[in-house]
Design a protein around this ligand. Structure first.
Ligand SMILES: Cc1cc2nc3c(=O)[nH]c(=O)nc-3n(C[C@H](O)[C@H](O)[C@H](O)COP(=O)(O)O)c2cc1C
Length: 503
């Protein structure tokens, strides 16, 4: 049984919550979570950079199917690293039916990230996926389970069919996942398939079934997940609108403030008492990166908090050092700004963007970028006139998107987050030997308060500084000393809302 963490370090894609950050957090007894988004690209690029430090090699050496690992290594590894002006080689894009080469890369890359996050300690580690990236799930989740991932956390969609998938993978059973295809007809084949046994090089014993936590932003979705999922939902992460990354859109017709940000109203508020009635532990997220907010969350019946932004600016995170430093300086100077962009993301979810000179948050920097779409993580599967499945992205060249049946209006303001997010973590694509992709940094509204975690006299802070500061909110205070709020060595199953409410 996994211990119940007071703090979940939120998954931050792509590659911001990498194995190093998750390892540091899990070692401290809280739940470190690696991002599972685009790990295939990230892993392939790390190998093309020559695997500085040798961590990828350690992970690959631990992989249970050596021939597969060897194929991937030989395909992507470049001793000493590729030239600075040499582009990274292309990785096949995801589709309903993925080529074996991509499936193997998905399995190995997800295995390695989780393996490294678990290395050197015995505490659980989680992995975060976006439900929207459906065409990657079958192989990536299997790879993470091969490495013994403790919790799968999924949001950006309604992951009703993931718990059953986890159950089936315990015995390496074949799995399928229904892909949402715009315009699909009832008789179309839109289901992806994956049989682990076609890839296993040896017999393996049963795998451990990870916990499954769904990320929700409404009471309705929380209840749907708990009551209608095809297997056990072990927890809920309840994410509010100030969280970094993608946000749930406001209910009803989208209305914008004078500054152009979505306006949220009373209908978007979450009824915490109702959440308690579901009888499933939950963690509050989005502006909960403060000791007082942890205290408040516990008092309201939550098992703890999920925090992203505070960890994003810690020494261990994968965010590029120059971006991290510049934004931390802005926060210290009281000049940090985060804009909730209703259009930037091709997913159509609002997306938080930190304002930073030289990045795609500046209109002229982004406008100078040719509209190239070559990664396709956020693409939309659609039915072609011939009845096959095509893939389009509202951030690709508008004429191409329209030729694929998309609406020209839909392309306005869309940004290529795939390339920007890889640039954010130091793996920017180089084009024509000269142009380098620029990042677009996402952060929560809490960006302005991250200096709270700086130890006196220091200009950077570690994940341990964040954990220590947040846990001050769980320390017994005069009101709750006798109760010893949350012994976090207890299991998730042991925690009940009624018990927590009594605190
Ligand atoms: C840089 C960054 C990237 C994020 N990426 C993801 C993601 O890939 N998947 C996800 O479910 N949540 C993502 N989030 C949300 C976090 O997991 C977490 O819920 C959120 O940051 C909590 O709110 P806070 O930022 O106010 O602490 C991201 C947040 C940040 C700051």
């Amino acid at each position: 049984m996994n211990p119940s963490p007071l703090i979940i370090q939120g998954g931050m894609g792509a590659g911001v919550s990498n194995w190093r950050l998750a390892n540091a957090v899990s070692r401290l007894g809280q739940l470190g979570v690696v991002s599972g988004t685009a790990l295939d690209q990230i892993f392939a690029r790390r190998l093309q950079d020559g695997d500085p430090g040798g961590a990828m090699r350690r992970g690959v050496d631990a992989f249970p199917f050596p021939a597969m690992a060897d194929r991937i290594w030989k395909r992507y590894y470049i001793a000493g690293g590729k030239g600075e002006r040499t582009p990274y080689r292309a990785v096949p894009r995801h589709a309903k039916d993925n080529p074996a080469e991509l499936i193997e890369l998905d399995i190995v890359s997800n295995f390695v990230e989780v393996f490294l996050a678990r290395e050197g300690h015995d505490n659980p580690v989680g992995i975060n996926y976006l439900e929207k990236i459906q065409t990657a799930h079958l192989a990536t989740i299997y790879g993470a389970m091969l490495a013994g991932v403790g919790t799968v956390i999924m949001g950006a969609g309604i992951p009703l069919k993931i718990p059953g998938l986890l159950d089936g993978y315990v015995e390496h059973h074949a799995a399928e996942y229904a892909i949402h295809v715009t315009g699909a007809e009832e008789t179309d084949d839109t289901t992806a398939h994956f049989d682990p046994r076609e890839y296993m090089e040896c017999e393996l014993g049963p795998l451990t079934r990870p916990n499954f936590f769904a990320i929700v932003s409404s009471n309705t979705l929380a209840a749907t997940m708990v009551k209608k999922a095809n297997g056990r939902v072990d927890g809920l992460v309840v994410e509010m609108k100030s969280a970094g990354g993608h946000n749930a859109p406001p209910r009803g017709k989208m209305q914008l403030s004078d500054a152009g940000e979505p306006i949220y109203g009373e209908r978007d508020a979450i009824d915490i008492a109702k959440l308690c009635e579901l009888g499933v532990p939950f963690w509050l997220a989005g502006g909960y990166g403060h000791p007082e907010k942890l205290r408040e969350a516990l008092a309201r019946g939550a098992a703890g908090v999920q925090v992203g932004t505070a960890f994003e600016f810690s020494e261990e995170s994968g965010l590029r050092e120059d971006y991290k430093h510049a934004l931390l300086q802005k926060a210290i100077a009281g000049e940090a700004k985060v804009f909730t962009d209703p259009l930037a993301s091709p997913t159509r979810f609002p997306f938080k963007v930190a304002c930073l000179e030289g990045t795609g948050s500046e209109p002229d920097v982004y406008a100078a970028r040719p509209r190239i779409c070559d990664l396709g993580f956020l693409h939309e599967p659609y039915r072609t006139p011939e009845g096959t499945i095509g893939y389009r992205c509202a951030a690709e060249p508008a004429s191409v998107y329209v030729a694929k049946g998309g609406s020209a209006d839909d392309t306005a303001g869309r940004k290529c987050l795939c390339n920007a997010l890889l640039a954010n973590i130091g793996y920017p694509q180089v084009r024509n030997g000269s142009r380098t992709e620029q990042g677009i940094v996402t952060a929560g509204d809490d960006l302005c308060s991250v200096p709270l975690f700086l130890p006196p006299g220091q200009s950077t802070y570690s994940a341990a500084d964040v954990v220590a500061k947040l846990l001050e909110g769980a320390a017994p205070s005069p009101g709750n000393a006798a109760n010893g709020v949350h012994d976090h060595s207890r299991s998730i199953e042991d925690l009940s809302c009624a018990e927590l409410e009594a605190v």
